[in-house]
Design a protein around this ligand. Structure first.
Ligand SMILES: [Zn+2]
Length: 120
């Protein structure tokens, strides 16, 4: 990652850590950890006295939370991966081609795993 100045790398690390905290907070609110880094959607009403109206709300909340939790979980995985690469010194390289990911792309998304050409 010679193309990333030390100072910029620290900024990116700070951004990743801030986002990680935010994603984890949202995951804790909308889901519950099942261990091994995966999460299940949950609703705040879970475990409370079952009232038919609450049950309907609970289902509605779960319907919203399931795709969201999945998305947050994937985001958290990418963030953790980026942080791991930073500590290993392999950060900022495209996972497909191995070429350096341009800084402006990393600025926009510090957890980017590939260059734009190889992005899904
Ligand atoms: Zn690439």
């Amino acid at each position: 990652m010679r193309h990333i100045p030390e100072e910029t790398l620290e900024d990116l690390r700070t951004a990743l850590e801030a986002e990680k905290a935010a994603v984890e907070e949202e995951l804790a609110e909308r889901g519950k950890a099942t261990g091994s880094g995966t999460w299940d959607a949950s609703s705040k009403l879970e475990g409370e006295e079952a009232d038919p109206a609450d049950a309907a709300d609970q289902i509605e909340e779960l319907v919203t939370n399931v795709p969201l939790v999945k998305e947050l979980e994937e985001r958290l995985r990418d963030i953790n991966l980026a942080l791991k690469k930073m500590s290993e010194g392999t950060y900022g390289r495209c996972e497909v081609s191995g070429e350096e990911i341009p800084l402006d792309r990393l600025d926009a998304n510090p957890a980017a795993r590939t260059c734009i050409k190889h992005a899904k």
